[in-house]
Design a protein around this ligand. Structure first.
Ligand SMILES: [Zn+2]
Length: 116
């Protein structure tokens, strides 16, 4: 998709969803050029917004649903670069979480060795 279509799509999204113009945490308008396009595929678009007033950040996913265009916004501490890097990585499995939990709770394991 070319840059002109990206720009038109972004304006369309901004006109439909207040959260793309106004920070839900401090309620101030973001101003211009704070939405960064991180990823696009046939199903969804991922944006990152860092509020210039309160410095909180949102990851915003916009996609078509059976009811029309839908948006999910997540408050995040990820930078735009980190969000791009981690967002589509495979989730940590339940087995891996249990393994980590067991490791942390093992009385004989010196967890502090990781931080020396
Ligand atoms: Zn804010």
């Amino acid at each position: 998709m070319d840059k002109k279509n990206d720009s038109n799509n972004l304006e369309s999204i901004k006109n439909q969803f207040k959260i793309t113009k106004e920070c839900p945490l401090c309620t101030k308008n973001y101003g211009q050029d704070v939405m960064k396009l991180l990823h696009r595929d046939e199903e969804a678009v991922l944006y990152h917004i860092r509020c210039p007033h309160c410095q909180n950040a949102l990851a915003i996913i916009v996609g078509l649903t059976s009811f029309g265009m839908g948006l999910v916004a997540l408050v995040t501490d990820l930078t735009a670069e980190d969000a791009k890097k981690y967002f589509y990585k495979e989730a940590i499995s339940e087995d891996k979480m249990l393994e980590i939990y067991s490791l942390i709770n093992n009385q004989n394991y010196n967890f502090n060795q990781f931080f020396k």
